[in-house]
Design a protein around this ligand. Sequence first.
Ligand SMILES: [Fe+2]
Ligand SMILES: [Fe+2]
Ligand SMILES: [Fe+2]
Length: 279
Amino acid sequence: MDKDKIIALLNEDLEGEHTAIIQYLTHAYAMGEGEMACEIEAIAREEMRHLDWLAETIVELGGTPSLERGKMRMDGESVADWMRNNVILEEDGMNLYREHIKLIDTPKIKRLLKRILSDEESHHGDFKHFVDKAQKEGAKDLRGVRQDRVAQILDWGIEHEYTVILQYLLHSYMTTNEDVKEEMQDQAINEMQHLGWLAEEMVDGRGTPRIDHTEVDQSTKTADMLRADIKVEKEVADGYDRAAKEIEDPDLKKLLLRIRDHEVYHTEVFSDLLKEEEE
Ligand SMILES: [Fe+2]
Ligand SMILES: [Fe+2]
Ligand SMILES: [Fe+2]
């Protein structure tokens, strides 16, 4: 099979992982704290590792990892319904991986896909178990319809965090500078923390997190990537700073300032890397 065909198949798998990550995180956030939400988040983290492996393989083949997300199954009236949707999503994923394992003849890639498939089989069992557990324990959707200024600020933050997670991951895959790669991966993980904090805050305050992103910088030169990343970090550090001044709730204020400090740190780390890259 030619490279372009393999890249296209792996990108299809990658889009499936992206879908699963956001679908599962949305569920975990909506359920609030608790054992099942933690376990679902852990599954989302495994999907992130899959996404990483697939993206790295795509880049090794000379391709570009897709930023598209497939269609999420977000309907259902109860947590048990959501878990049924997750069972179906895992089944779709398993079928796709089985098909791609048959089609792709490169041993290393076949092996990787089999490795991922075994995780999906395990997730499939987990979600089947969660259907029962949700029914027994009466797990609830804690989201509400809050739409005030606080919700607006949280929405803005969530949208920003999701955007930079995708941006830094893409940059980490595409750069040839190993130091930049490592920092981008690290900071993407830090932005995932921010996303989680803001989404949980939103649900605590009876709002509903919308996990959507804006435009992702797709520069191909490392210096251009860093310039774009510094620009967004500066903007967002200012944004969190302004938001913290406006918010009265002391805990939320503290949270926004903590995130702001991280963003200032990111700006500085990226600025140092840009200096080195320009030398
Ligand atoms: Fe999975
Ligand atoms: Fe952030
Ligand atoms: Fe940041």
